[in-house]
Ligand binder design. Structure first.
Ligand code: EPS
Length: 389
């Protein structure tokens, strides 16, 4: 499967065309809208989220609630567009029009503004920032919602939560089941399982906001029920952990990724890192621990996939950082009109979506591509073989 996205942050709409989704999958707008609504929540968002109420239109690839196997087109309108019809208009405007004269010439440090402008030759950096905006993650979440439908048919469960914001760590993450983790985090304004940490995270966001600053954090995604052997060791571009790592780092403002104990592995002996193999008639092969986060040799082990991503603080700050105007070459203090102080809770929903996509894609490729019923059958067979092996 693959998908492309299109759309500018303040343009008319965001679009994704998803290719290769198996036929026969139940897919309703409500499945996607539920995910879009989860992404819009989260303590620390700015005023834009009060303007938008993301709702999908399914324009192709689905008939009477089932996928056809043909490309699926999903569209989400930008409600803010009505305030930007001239600035972001498609038709040319006279060169002396206010909207044409008002160029963005001051790159914000940490954004795509300057590099993008130099790369594409744009003297108005709005041409860069409109597309580099994290607004685009709306349709990545829509594509992820389709992937989550596939996982659900296969009995694969996925959840995400926030484990750190602005240096405040979730200490209590001892959830007894993924359902419990989901139930608690869906109610939390910062998508955190630990109620104590939640309060401190919210206070840290308030403090950043008051200072005109922003804060980042760490999100975790867990996938349970993935059969053994998804991905492959035989080639770099078939390793599923590598694909997931790329997907996480491709989310706006994400700077790093780790699986299981992650970077902590550098500080331990091998005997304290690798997971001992055990066997029982009921479960087949499992591991005593899951320090490697569900992957060995680029393939799933059958243990839960545990992946974390780190998000830097959003670079659009009320508190000015020094930059240079590309017209005058004069230094100036970059400042803005509207921003989020923290988007880590929303980003955990995006991370969940991109991980869901990579896992579903690998399974569809590996277990037969065209029909969901055959994929279900093949995955069930694989689960049986693995148990009897
Ligand atoms: C974003 C800037 C803000 C965020 C936006 C991402 O938008 P605006 O410039 O319109 O105030 O609200 O996020 C979304 C619109 C969204 O849907 O998540 C940026 O520069 O990345």
């Amino acid at each position: 499967m693959r998908y492309l996205t299109a759309g500018e942050s303040h343009g008319p709409q965001l679009t994704t065309i998803i290719e290769g989704v198996p036929a026969g999958l139940t897919l309703l707008a409500e499945h996607i809208n539920e995910e879009l609504a989860r992404r819009q929540k989260g303590y620390g968002r700015g005023r834009r989220m009060q303007i938008e109420k993301d709702e999908v239109k399914i324009l192709s690839g689905v008939r009477h609630g089932k996928t056809l196997g043909s490309p699926i087109t999903l569209v989400v309108e930008n409600r803010d567009w009505k305030h930007w019809t001239n600035i972001m208009g498609i038709e040319p405007l006279a060169s002396d029009t206010e909207e044409v004269k008002r160029k963005v010439t001051r790159p914000r440090p940490g954004h795509a503004d300057l590099n993008g402008a130099i790369k594409y030759g744009h003297r108005d950096m709005r041409n860069v920032l409109e597309r580099s905006s994290a607004r685009e993650t709306t349709v990545r979440v829509a594509a992820g919602a389709v992937a989550k439908r596939i996982l659900s048919e296969l009995g694969i469960r996925i959840a995400s939560h926030v484990v750190e914001i602005g240096g405040v760590k979730a200490e209590n993450t001892a959830y007894t089941s993924l359902e419990e983790l989901q139930r608690v985090t869906e109610q939390s304004p910062v998508r955190c399982f630990d109620a104590e940490a939640e309060k401190k995270m919210m206070a840290a966001i308030d403090e950043a906001k008051e200072k005109g600053d922003s804060i980042g954090g760490i999100v975790e995604v867990i996938v349970e029920g993935v059969p053994v052997g998804v991905g492959s060791y035989v080639h770099y571009d078939r390793k599923l952990d590598a694909k997931i790592a790329a997907a996480i780092v491709s989310i706006n403002a994400f700077k790093g990724v780790e699986f299981g104990i992650g970077f902590e592995a550098a500080r331990r002996f091998g005997s304290e890192v690798h997971d001992e193999i055990i066997w029982s008639k009921e479960t087949g092969y499992t591991r005593k621990t899951n320090r490697l986060g569900g992957f060995e040799g680029g393939m799933t082990t059958g243990m839960p996939i545990v992946v974390r991503g780190v998000m830097k603080p959003i670079p659009t700050l009320y508190k000015p950082l020094m930059s240079v105007d590309i017209e005058t070459k004069e230094p100036f203090a970059a400042s803005i009109e509207r921003s989020d102080s923290c988007a880590v809770p929303a980003a955990s929903v995006v991370a969940e979506a991109v991980v869901a996509w990579e896992v579903a894609n690998a399974i569809v490729e590996q277990f037969g591509q065209d029909r969901i019923d055959l994929i279900i059958e093949n995955v069930e067979n694989m689960r049986r073989y693995a148990k009897e092996f």
